[in-house]
Design a protein around this ligand. Structure first.
Ligand code: NAP
Length: 251
């Protein structure tokens, strides 16, 4: 896969899945804009991904603000760059029972995981229209299709990401913009640290996963690379599970 003339923006690029996807794109020749909130972690991530600094640019940004997203795209525009690839990987997963979830937590989760995805897609659209095509990859979750106790806002937000992916794929196909989602199962990142560190929950995840392990960030990054490259040109509106078979089995 060769992305040498391609420009990508990856949110959530300071760690976990977003960082792995940004690295995979960069390793395959793309220039990658890296976005997340904490400037220090993001700049370390940029160093890890490309120590020469020639094919990455870190732009700290809280994507819950639409004004921030507009500023972000102004900075990209100032570089005279038109994006070819957008990866929406930033996300949060606060846990609380539905009856106890503070409304602000619900709003923040929906805003980060879904509202910001819409705004980022909307802003990237102009670049992609100019380029006569593009690839948008949204990181959803298997929990966008299933319930999970204590994660009402998260499940609702990811269900929204799946619906939005299909809707935008339909609307923007005429511009040659492919919009797809990846639905990871349980992946080894900070987000699942609580599960990993609890021996009972850790074993429960492994037992319920036909392939018998947590996923690695590279498992998701490899699928993202496929969705970003020309080999997937006839795929749009798809939601690809990267979950070791968990969503294929009932018990
Ligand atoms: N890990 C899993 O098992 C799993 C499973 C299914 C789906 N997913 C999804 O995959 C994506 C990545 O998850 P992960 O496991 O890699 O999580 P992670 O390790 O917790 O990383 C989350 C990333 O999002 C960034 N972020 C969070 N809020 C943000 C905001 N308001 N503005 C900008 N950046 C923000 C974080 O950086 P800052 O905190 O510095 O902003 C960080 O870079 C998420 O959408 C998640 O829902 C993960």
């Amino acid at each position: 896969m060769e992305f040498s003339s391609k420009f990508a923006l990856v949110t959530g690029a300071s760690r976990g899945i977003g960082k792995a996807i940004a690295k995979a794109l960069c390793d395959n020749g793309a220039f990658v804009y890296l976005v997340s909130r904490d400037a220090k972690t993001l700049s370390q991530s940029a160093m890890d991904i490309d120590p020469t600094g020639k094919r990455v640019k870190a732009i700290p940004c809280d994507i819950t603000s639409n004004t921030n997203i507009k500023e972000l795209f102004k900075r990209i525009e100032a570089d005279e760059v038109y994006l070819d690839i957008l990866v929406n990987a930033a996300g949060i997963a606060p846990a609380s029972c539905a009856e106890d979830t503070p409304y602000d937590e619900w709003k923040d989760t929906l805003n980060t995981n879904l509202g910001a995805v819409f705004s980022l897609c909307q802003n990237a659209f102009l670049s992609m229209k100019h380029n006569c095509g593009g690839k948008i990859i949204n990181i959803a979750s298997i929990l966008g299709n299933y319930g999970a106790s204590g994660l009402s806002a998260y499940c609702a937000s990811k269900g929204g990401v799946i619906a939005l992916t299909k809707q935008l794929a339909t609307e923007w196909a005429r511009y040659n913009i492919n919009v797809n989602a990846i639905a990871p199962g349980y992946i080894l990142t900070d987000m699942t640290k609580g599960l990993q560190n609890d021996p009972i929950l850790n074993q429960k995840v492994i037992n319920r996963t036909p392939l018998g392990r947590f996923g690695k960030v590279e498992d998701v990054a490899n699928t993202a690379l496929f969705l970003a490259c020309n080999s997937s040109d006839f795929i749009t509106g798809a939601v690809i599970p990267v979950d070791g078979g968990m969503s294929a089995t009932l018990v």
